[in-house]
Each structure stands twice: as C-alpha cells, then as structure tokens.
Ligand binder design. Structure first.
Ligand code: NDP
Length: 447
C-alpha cells in the first residue's frame, strides 16, 4: 500500500510514462517502502525530492546503423537514461538484448540510483543498452555494432560525466570494442570512462566475479546473522551468464552445492554440484548453451528443456538471469519445496506477488538493490584504481568487496530496525538508498 502522500505521484509516473510497465513496477516498489520515511521527514515530499527522483535527468535515444556479415544494413535502437547524478557521475551498465526498450532501461536506471547510493560510494544512477541480440553474431558483427553504438554515445560520456559498464549481453568483449571506439574518436586513453575492462588495459581484478561473489557474500551475511553457514546447503541459480557463473563458484567455495542452473532454453541438474570449470568452458569460451554442459558432463548431469529451474528443490534460490522470472507459481513451488532464502543476483527477478508470498511464508528475501550491489561497487573500485593509476591484487580487491557487502547488509538491517520493520531487507535497502541520495539532492538545491 502506498502512503496517502505518494499515491498521486505514482499515478502521475504511470500516466507520464505510459506503457513502461517495468519502470512503473520499480517505482511502485520503492514508493511502497517510503511511507514511514514520509511520516518522519515530510521535507522530502514538501521539497518534491521524490517527484524529482522519478524523472530522469536526461534520456537519450538513438539510431544504431551497422552492416552485418552478409552486407545487409541493420538498424537497432540505442538508449542511455542518465537518471540521477546527485551522488556522483552517472553510473550503470549497458544491456544488449532484443527485449530492450525505454521501459526496461528506465526501470534499471531507477533501481541503479538506490543501489549505487547503498554502496556508500560517489556514483549516480544510469542505465543504457540496445535492442541488439549478440547471440549468434560473429565477433566482427559485434565489433561493428559496438563501434556504431559508441559513435553516437561517446559525446555523452566521460569519467566525471557518465561511466557505463556491462549487463546482459555486454561482457568484456563488448566493453573492449566500445572502449576502443571511444579512444579512437576522442583521442584520449580515458580509462575511467568505462568499467569492466580487461585487466591488461585498465580493468580491475575481481570485477568479472564481483556481482556473483557479492550476492553470495550477502547471503553469507544473512546466514551468519542466524548462526548458520553454506555448509551442506543446496542452492539453485538461474541463468548461466556472468552473474550466475560466479555465484555458483562462490557458493561452492563456501561449502554449499549448486545443483542446478539454466539459460533461456531450459536447465541442467547436476546432483554432485555444478562443475564450474566446465560451465566457464561452455559459456565463456565456447559461448555455447547450457544443454552443451549436460552433454559434456556425460551421465552426471541432465538437461531439462523448456522448463523452469525453480521447480528444483533447494534451500537457497539465487535468481541471476532477468527481471520477473519468479512470479506467483515459481514462488509457490520454491516455498513448497522448502526454500528458506531468496537473494536477487539479477535486477528485479522477483515480481511483487512473489515477494509478498515469500514474506507471508517467512522466506528471507534479499532484493537486488542490496544483494547484487557488489558489481557496481567493484566498478567504483575500478574507477578509483584508474584515477590513481594503480592496480590492486585480487585478494585486496576481493577483501574490499566482502567488506562492502557486509556494510550494505548491516545498513539494510539497521535501517529496517530504525523504521520499525526489523528483518525486512526490502524496506531497509529502499529507505537507506533513498535517504542518502535525497539528502544530497536537498543539499544541491533545485537542479
Ligand atoms: P549475461 O548476459 O552474462 O547472462 C544472462 C543470463 O540470463 C544468460 O544465461 C541468459 O540466457 C539468461 N537470460 C537473459 N534474459 C533472459 C530471458 N529473457 N529469459 C531467460 N533467461 C534469460 O548477463 P549478466 O549475468 O551480466 O546479468 C544477469 C542479471 O544480473 C541481469 O538482471 C542484470 O541486470 C543483473 N546484474 C548484472 C550485473 C553485472 O555486473 N553483470 C550487475 C548487477 C546486476 P540466454 O543466454 O539463453 O539468453
């Protein structure tokens, strides 16, 4: 339920951004948590900080023309939504996926504001991407697409202005082509303009692993707060991309077993625990499908086509694929099968219905804003290393990541306590993220 002072704002957002359903969902979810804040601090409503937060500072939409390997001209649509820069330069990833449209970029950018705020680091919120599908494209095609994309986007970027990174469909290969084109156009080796770079050309160790590792560190904090650990726990992870692979790796390092993971064609079950080296070989080296994993693993694993991984019984569920992948049915199945903790490695993978069902069933739920913030936090560490022309060791960087996740976890819990909702990570993350950015906006005046 929305506070009476916020209902009108939500209706206005829905009306002014018609058809952008994912954006509406993310705004509603944050506003729902802000009731107690509005009661305690009416100045946030009086000064229109919340209304200003719901309107991006700048939205850029552009044509991306490129030529495929057959010599055919292709046209895609590119986006960058620079949502809020009260805390630092715009920061947030680029997504290349055929489903990308303004509503998805805006939901991701809106989430990013609060996530970045929660990290405590000096980064604003943004997101971008294109409705381009890198799947099945040659390296040359991906390169030409990235070059065309950057030929338009470069004028909006800069280490003190806007610093993109990867997301779905954008990994180190794409960041390399984007950075190469930025460097060529501007004639500047401006390392701090993109994060997720290769470690030989300005990247940070641990950035590749950071989102997956960070999500698992967050769950570890939850377990520790209940005097528990990963030892002997069964986990299920959705997806088999960047976030999923490193979530699998860290769960198993901490003593749990990930017995299933997936892609958009189905899932694999591997009762002995996913073989991470094989998963990396299939997904990172061969750019193959999860079905290939089962085939290469022989009898140890089986592939289930066109079904949902959430039917596999587990103690801990880590959705690491895409938005709204866990709805009412999937949540019911997880609850019935005894799942105790759900932590979002992906952005908004659980629908409001699913989140309510988890709360009603006493399942601990960690929202992506908090649980997957390790990725962007390590991007900020990459920016720090770029600015000081330094590079830290893997161990040092990972230790910082672990400390950041520890702090985010505690900030969520203490804020939830302060606002009368003990143990509610959604309220804690939304309120703590909101207050830091809202206070900065108040300090900076109406700009
Ligand atoms: P990748 O492209 O590396 O992997 C995405 C995975 O999710 C793939 O296995 C893909 O399967 C699956 N997937 C994507 N879309 C769909 C869909 N519509 N239906 C079913 N499966 C799907 O992306 P990332 O791992 O980087 O990102 C995953 C999630 O994590 C996203 O929500 C992203 O916003 C979030 N995130 C990522 C961060 C990062 O640092 N990379 C940081 C914070 C959040 P298939 O190959 O079949 O499409």
């Amino acid at each position: 339920m929305l506070h009476e002072k916020l209902g009108g704002l939500y209706e206005e957002v829905a009306r002014r951004n018609a058809g952008e359903t994912e954006f509406h969902q993310s705004v509603y979810e944050v506003l729902t948590s802000l009731g107690p804040v509005v009661d305690k601090h009416p100045e946030y409503v009086d000064s229109e900080v919340i209304r200003r937060l719901c309107e991006p500072e700048r939205q850029i939409i552009f044509r991306v023309p490129w030529v495929d390997d057959n010599g055919t001209v292709q046209i895609n649509r590119g986006f960058r939504v620079e949502f809020n820069s009260a805390l630092g330069p715009f920061k947030g990833g680029l997504r290349f996926h055929p489903s990308v449209y303004l509503g998805i970029v805006k939901f991701l950018g809106f989430e990013q504001i609060f996530k970045n705020s929660l990290t405590g680091m000096p980064i604003g919120g943004a997101k971008g991407g294109a409705d381009f599908d890198p799947k099945g494209r040659s390296d040359d095609e991906v390169m030409r697409f990235c070059q065309s994309f950057m030929t338009e986007l470069y004028r909006h970027l800069g280490e003190y202005t806007d610093v993109p990174a990867g997301d779905i469909g954008v990994g180190m290969r794409e960041i390399g082509y984007l950075f190469g084109q930025y460097k060529r156009i501007t004639n500047r080796y401006e390392s701090g303009v993109l994060t997720g770079k290769g470690t030989t050309w300005g990247g940070s160790l641990v950035r590749t692993e950071a989102t997956g590792y960070g999500t698992v560190y967050f769950v570890n904090e939850i377990l520790k707060s209940h005097n528990d650990s990963f030892e002997g726990k069964r986990a299920v992870v959705s997806g088999s991309g960047n976030v999923a692979i490193y979530a699998v790796e860290k769960v198993q390092e901490l003593g749990g077993a990930v017995i299933a993971c997936s892609d958009s064609n189905g899932y694999v079950v591997d009762e002995k625990g996913i073989d991470v080296d094989l998963l990396k070989e299939v997904k990172e080296v061969r750019r193959g499908r999860i079905a290939d994993y089962a085939e290469m693993r022989g009898g140890a694993a089986s592939f289930v086509a066109d079904r949902n991984v959430w039917e596999v019984p587990c103690d801990i569920a880590l959705p690491c694929a895409t938005q709204n992948e866990i709805n009412g049915d999937e949540a019911r199945s997880l609850i019935t099968n005894g799942c105790r903790i759900v932590a979002e490695g992906a952005n908004m993978p659980c629908s409001p219905t699913a989140i309510k069902q988890f709360a009603d069933a006493g399942v601990t739920f960690a929202p992506g804003k908090a649980a997957n913030a390790g990725g962007v936090a390590t991007s900020a560490l990459e920016m720090q290393q770029n600015a000081s022309r330094d590079s830290w060791t893997f161990a040092e960087t990972e230790q910082r990541l672990e400390q950041i996740m520890h702090r985010i976890h505690n900030r969520c819990l203490s804020t939830a306590d302060e606002y009368g909702q003990p143990g509610n990570y959604v309220a804690g993350a939304n309120i703590a993220g909101f207050i830091r950015v809202a206070d900065a906006m108040l300090a900076l005046g109406v700009v």
